[in-house]
Design a protein around this ligand. Structure first.
Ligand code: ATP
Length: 336
C-alpha cells in the first residue's frame, strides 16, 4: 500500500478533473491511500491537502477547472521552498506525487526531485499542447472546440457586415492552438510563431491578401486568427497598423479565458482517464521521473527531463495545408 498524492498546477485545463478522478479511482482500486494537495505547489508549502475517496471524484468527469484548484507559485523557484515541500511530503509519508500541469510545472518537479526521494509522475495538463512526448495535452481538444464555437459566431456577424476581424487566441509561445483553431474555423489568415517573419513583412502580406480576397470575392468577411504574444502590443495594435498601412478597417477580438473553461470534450475525458490509470500503473511498477503521454492512441512514457527540454514542433503537414489553402494568388492561377 502506498500513499499517493495528486496536485494540479499552472493554467487549469478542461479534463484535469477527469485525470484526478482516474488517478484516484485506479489508486483506490490497488488499495493505495490518495491525497489531493490544493492550489498547486502552494499546497505543498502550506500542507494544504485533503484525503480523496471514491465519493469525492465520482461525479467530476464532466466539469472544467480543477477540484484541487490551481495556482502559479513563483516562490517555488526558491530552493528553500523546494526543500520545504520535500520535507512536508516526507513527513506525511507520501510515497508518490502525481503532478498534472504544463512544462513549467514539470520544471517545478525537477527542482523538487533534488530533495524529495519519493516517486514523481507527470501528466500533461495544459490547453497549449506545447509538451513533448504526447500528441495532445489534456485540455487542448476542448480549447480548440471552444474557440471555434466562438469564432463561428464571430463569422456570422463578420459576414453580415462584410468586415475584417482579428481574433486573438491563447497558446503562450507556441502555435498549436492558433493553427488548429485557424484551420478548423476556416480563417483566411493564421498568424502563428511557426511561420511569422517580422511585423513589417507580415503587415504587407496580410494587407495584400485581404485586397486579393476582395478582388476575387467582392466584399466579404475576412478572419485572421492570431496567437497571443505574437504581434507587438497585441491584436488591437495590429488593427491600428493595418489601418495606417493600407487603410483597412478591422475589428479586434480577444477570446481570452473562455478558452480555458467549459466541460471537457470526449477526447479529453477519455485521454485523461487513460493517462491517470497509466500514472498509477507506473507507480505500482516503482517508476519515477516520467511523464505519461499518448502517441498515436497508445500510452507513451518519457523522462520528465525530455518533456521539459525538448520543444514539440507543430505538425508540418498542418502548416503546409494552411499555407496552401491561404495562397489565393496560387489558387487563382490554378483556376485559370
Ligand atoms: P500552463 O502552460 O498551462 O500555464 P505551466 O505548468 O507551464 O502550465 P507555469 O506557470 O509555467 O504553468 O508553471 C506552474 C508553476 O510551476 C509555477 O507557478 C511554479 O510554481 C512552478 N515552476 C515553473 N518553473 C519552475 C522552475 N524553473 N523551478 C521551480 N518551479 C517552477
Amino acid at each position: 500500500v502506498k500513499n499517493i498524492a495528486i496536485l494540479t498546477s499552472g493554467g487549469d485545463a478542461p479534463g484535469m478533473n477527469a485525470a484526478i478522478r482516474s488517478c484516484t479511482l485506479a489508486a483506490l482500486h490497488f488499495g493505495h491511500n490518495v491525497y489531493g494537495f490544493l492550489h498547486g505547489f502552494k499546497g505543498l508549502l502550506n500542507n494544504e491537502f485533503t484525503a480523496l475517496a471514491e465519493q469525492d471524484v465520482r461525479d467530476i468527469i464532466h466539469y472544467g477547472g480543477t477540484i484541487l484548484k490551481s495556482a502559479r507559485c513563483p516562490e517555488f523557484l526558491d530552493e528553500n521552498k523546494q526543500q520545504l515541500a520535500a520535507e512536508n511530503l516526507t513527513k506525511l509519508h507520501i510515497d508518490a506525487l502525481i503532478v498534472i500541469g504544463g512544462d513549467g510545472s514539470f520544471c517545478g518537479m525537477l527542482a523538487l526531485a533534488e530533495y524529495y526521494k519519493g516517486q514523481l509522475i507527470a501528466l500533461p495538463g495544459t490547453i497549449d499542447n506545447d509538451v513533448d512526448g504526447t500528441d495532445h495535452t489534456i485540455g487542448f481538444a476542448t480549447a480548440v472546440n471552444t474557440a471555434i464555437d466562438a469564432i463561428d459566431k464571430i463569422r456570422d456577424t463578420a459576414d453580415a457586415f462584410e468586415r475584417v476581424f482579428v481574433v486573438e487566441v491563447m497558446g503562450r509561445h507556441s502555435g498549436f492552438l492558433a493553427l488548429n483553431i485557424g484551420i478548423a474555423s476556416g480563417a483566411e489568415q493564421v498568424l502563428t510563431f511557426e511561420n511569422f517573419q517580422n511585423p513589417g513583412v507580415e503587415l504587407q502580406n496580410i494587407a495584400e491578401h485581404i485586397k486579393l480576397c476582395k478582388e476575387k470575392r467582392g466584399a466579404s468577411s475576412y478572419l485572421i486568427v492570431a496567437a497571443e504574444n505574437l504581434w507587438p502590443q497585441g491584436v488591437e495594435q495590429l488593427c491600428i497598423d493595418l489601418q495606417a498601412y493600407a487603410n483597412i478597417t478591422c475589428t479586434p477580438c480577444i477570446l481570452g479565458y473562455i478558452q480555458r473553461g467549459g466541460s471537457p470534450v470526449a477526447k479529453d475525458r477519455i485521454m485523461a482517464t487513460k493517462m491517470g490509470v497509466a500514472a498509477v500503473n507506473a507507480i505500482n511498477a516503482d517508476k519515477s521521473m516520467i511523464m505519461i503521454g499518448e502517441i498515436s492512441g497508445s500510452i507513451n512514457e518519457i523522462k520528465i527531463t525530455q518533456a521539459v527540454k525538448h520543444k514539440k514542433q507543430v505538425n508540418g503537414e498542418l502548416l503546409m495545408a494552411q499555407n496552401s489553402i491561404l495562397d489565393i494568388a496560387e489558387l487563382a492561377k490554378i483556376n485559370k
